[in-house]
Design a protein around this ligand. Sequence first.
Ligand SMILES: Cc1cc2nc3c(=O)[nH]c(=O)nc-3n(C[C@H](O)[C@H](O)[C@H](O)COP(=O)(O)OP(=O)(O)OC[C@H]3O[C@@H](n4cnc5c(N)ncnc54)[C@H](O)[C@@H]3O)c2cc1C
Length: 290
Amino acid sequence: MNFNVVIPVSENELLRLIDGFQDKNFRFGAGCTDLLVELKQNTENDLTVINLGRLNEPAYKSIEESEGELYIGALATAGDIAENNLIREKFPVLNQAADTLASRQIRQVATAGGNICTASPAGDITTALMALKAECELLSSKATLRTVPLSDFITGVRKTAMADNEVLRRIKIKMDGRRYKLFSKFIKIGTRKSMECSVVSMAYHIKSDDDYNVMEANVAIGSSAPTIQYTQSACDYLKGKNLNFIETEVAEEFAGKVLEYADPISDVRGSAWYRKQVLSNLSKSIFDSL
Ligand SMILES: Cc1cc2nc3c(=O)[nH]c(=O)nc-3n(C[C@H](O)[C@H](O)[C@H](O)COP(=O)(O)OP(=O)(O)OC[C@H]3O[C@@H](n4cnc5c(N)ncnc54)[C@H](O)[C@@H]3O)c2cc1C
């Protein structure tokens, strides 16, 4: 591995660097837990890494609520997210995804932005954010901001809709001011409990009224297709159902709808057939624990 590193400390400096590198080979590095593995496997020529880790800009690092939105800086680490009380209370699915990512040491450096931008089908934080219908705030080197739904941002395996002169600045999740009961969980099935990407994962965030009638269901699946999937028709199917009376046929139909979004691969961690079986069982079982 042989590359140069530049370390901007302000956003202006970052934007100038991005502009200046447009006709050169550069990559961003945040926690570098994915980047270094990738660069070890594929050496790139004349590469410069723009290390975002020292950016002294609160927008990139803070987790804060403002005007009905929760903003998570792209450089917030899995550890920051797992320790945040607002996320623990309002978005348990995201708290759990961050808290089960890799090991304690990796959680201290692995960032939310890196998890999204690496666009792996197994990204835990990204799967939870997909269930939460998060949006990505992108900043261009010309200082223009645009916001893209996460579901549109990830366009393929390790591919995103980010332009060459853009950086991911923040992630945005809508806060819900209504009164509701919340059933929100991240389930990760792996061959081992820690230091392991999932064989299959499911993130759900379901809201009901006081009588357990589903007001809104949000379900996303990881490691089940080339990209993390938001299972729209399964979510629509649950709306209006009573969580106290989910019959076996309803659970099976829900699982069938989730599986419509599954197109898994076979690899060392599990065959495509196994992944579909696990996903089906997982989908049916969520109603047992609500
Ligand atoms: C041993 C080990 C275990 C792991 N276990 C898990 C696991 O259980 N679950 C899981 O989901 N992941 C796991 N990972 C993967 C990794 O830790 C996560 O994906 C992590 O969140 C990546 O964040 P990072 O800051 O390290 O990203 P980096 O490696 O710094 O960057 C990843 C990619 O995103 C780009 N990038 C980073 N930040 C930005 C930005 N702000 N704007 C634009 N592009 C950006 C980089 O250019 C690079 O292409 C594991 C990795 C290792 C090494």
